[in-house]
Design a protein around this ligand. Sequence first.
Ligand code: AMP
Ligand code: ZN
Length: 484
Amino acid sequence: MRLYDSLTQNKREFIPRDGDHVTMYFCGPTVYNYVHLGNARPYVLSLVAKRYFESLGWSVTLVENITDIDDRIIAKAQAEGRTAKEVAEEFAAAYIEDTNQLGLGRPDMEPYATDHIAEIIDLVQRLIENGHAYVAVNGDVYYKVASFDTYGKLSKQRIEEMRHGARIDPGEDKADPLDFVLWKAAKPGEPAWESPWGLGRPGWHIECSAMGLKYLGEGFDIHGGGRDLIFPHHENEIAQSEGALGTDFVRFWVHNGMLNTKDEKMSKSVGNIFLLREALREYRPEVLVCFFVSSHYRSPIEFSKESLAKAGRQIERLRNVFRALADYTGSTADEVAPRAPQAMVDAPAGSASGDEALAEAVEAARRGFEQAMAEDLNTGGALGEVFMLAREVNSALGRRDVSVAAMASARDALTDMVFVLGLDAVARVGEEVPEEVLQLAADRRRAREERNFAEADRLRDAIAARGFEVRDVPGGFKVVPRQV
Ligand code: AMP
Ligand code: ZN
């Protein structure tokens, strides 16, 4: 596959460093508030990329950090008379709860900055020793930007230009306005850890260098996050890591575009946020995932209720296709536990030409899907292939000229594809009707066949009492949630 690298600004063939094992690090949230829908974008990207790589037969280690020490966490804690740890724990738990609901699984590791103080101190120490960092009189430790020749290579800025208008803020004790803090000396009342430079706490950028290197090693495959992190965060991560190692920090820099409202980044400081938990109250999780994967990950997305409504309609279309497929084939592709049929319809015979045409459509969709994903994770194009196959399936369902086996292979292809895109919830149509209700429906069919209409009516009422309705369809029946 080819992947775009923001550092070289081109797409290159992506071959994992360790054979068939992919190493990825994504910058996670700073936990001082609930995450918003924009924060969900890199989360969705990282887990969809993981699913895609796994579909290629690679294994993946995805690390996504949680920043649990930061000025904003401390400020919030002080304003509310709580400790920074309490604030961070509350919002880290909320972040995990909210993102869990997206149904994409979790990253393999979610390390916290404050659990890595020793690694951070080691890295800062190394930078001081090799001349990339210095200790200020007040106990802060700064990175000496002028010591790193290629500073600015990621954000495409020149040091001389950055120096224009740069100044040293009150309270900072640095030699050059461009220098950035690695370790902050403790102020009274702030959380602090022992270090060779006195009590203090890590700056923001250093945690990602320390944890990325610890868990994934030198020159790992993919470092990701939102575009807004290119400068200064990722530029500084490069300076820190490469300054300490003398070798390349990562192989591909992957940045998602912003989720904007009226062309402005969704962010707490702008005040235009839609919290992920609020969004999850209004929309099904797969609708939010569909909203993201419909666009290319690098494009900016304009937030609007209309786009979410459109994603909702797309999801409904897919769900309907899977429902119809379950009715036709008498099963879903649920690998965990094959469910009892939600509907019982006499198997259509199919025809050789119908089967062949559908098999060709399945083949073309699988190929198109693979090609789209292999071209810089073009999830929008891949989703287009899903819809194309869904259309073919719908017309074949109408014609009833396809065998159950051929239809089941179309269903399996669609199931595989929606899984990679993180939309597998649409395929789980079987879970909607409990086993017991299906049994009642099957009994009712038998009663009708035996012309025992009193028993059939009794069973219909029993099904209704459980919130379902049996509909007779040509050649069989269908169980659907009761419309009240
Ligand atoms: P933060 O807590 O602000 O560091 O953000 C956590 C992650 O969300 C980072 O990868 C950010 O780049 C990303 N992010 C923040 N705001 C947005 C947005 N409006 N759209 C897309 N990604 C965002
Ligand atoms: Zn980071």
